[in-house]
Design a protein around this ligand. Sequence first.
Ligand SMILES: C[S@@+](CC[C@H](N)C(=O)[O-])C[C@H]1O[C@@H](n2cnc3c(N)ncnc32)[C@H](O)[C@@H]1O
Length: 253
Amino acid sequence: MTLNEQVRQFWEAEICGTNPDLIGQAPMQSHEWYEAIEKHRYEVEPFIHAVAQFTRYHGKKVLEVGVGAGTDHLQWARAGAECYGVDLTDAAVEATRQRLALYGFTSQLQRTDAEHLPFEDATFDMVYSWGVIHHSERPEAIVAEIHRILKPGGEFVGMMYQRPALASWDLWLKHGLLRGKPLRSLRDVIWHHMESIGTKAYTVNELRTMFGAFREFKGEPILTPYDTRHVPGWLKKFIPDSWGFFIALRVTK
Ligand SMILES: C[S@@+](CC[C@H](N)C(=O)[O-])C[C@H]1O[C@@H](n2cnc3c(N)ncnc32)[C@H](O)[C@@H]1O
């Protein structure tokens, strides 16, 4: 089985951010279910709005790669963007389609592997992808596709995982040190234990190289609740963003 087929099966089994332990027991695809997903998402990742800046893209042609449950996709629609979305799974595409319909919006959604995007060159004003590209077998292929389908001057905005981060060391502690395998690398524990199999995480400089075909690159680490879950409350404000698991990306073609 290819890696992306394993990735697909993992995310088909449960759409990202919809675990009932996190969002409660509302019936799937009901209005309450979508509201609970949205409430939880922006409580734990409130910085998404500052990174995405949804309202700046009113009237723009926006593609979201890896829509998941469609929470951010709804924000693009609310902001008045002309919305397109893809995901590797039927579950995500259907949940997002249903969600937009429930709120009176539409988007051109399709299931596809983003390593091959079914769009003409220079089609989009912006491409957005939050926490997706590092799950794919060949992230570089997705980045090359994003570059191809963006118009000149178009932007990519998104998030990818940072390897030298507290959340990575937390995983290493659990699956390396405490299992008597202190020599396990951060790469290895992230590959095997961070969500779907094959997950990768990078340094800002590695991402700068991956996005080397673009004209401008900005990558800024963000400290997340996944980094600080074992840190006492009073200590959190002293931890710098540079130790965070997320790298917010704003890149221009
Ligand atoms: C961690 S979830 C993030 C979903 C959403 N962006 C969010 O923030 O909630 C990862 C998503 O990426 C999708 N995905 C992984 N590899 C992909 C690929 N090669 N092409 C398209 N989607 C992919 C998965 O199906 C899953 O829905």
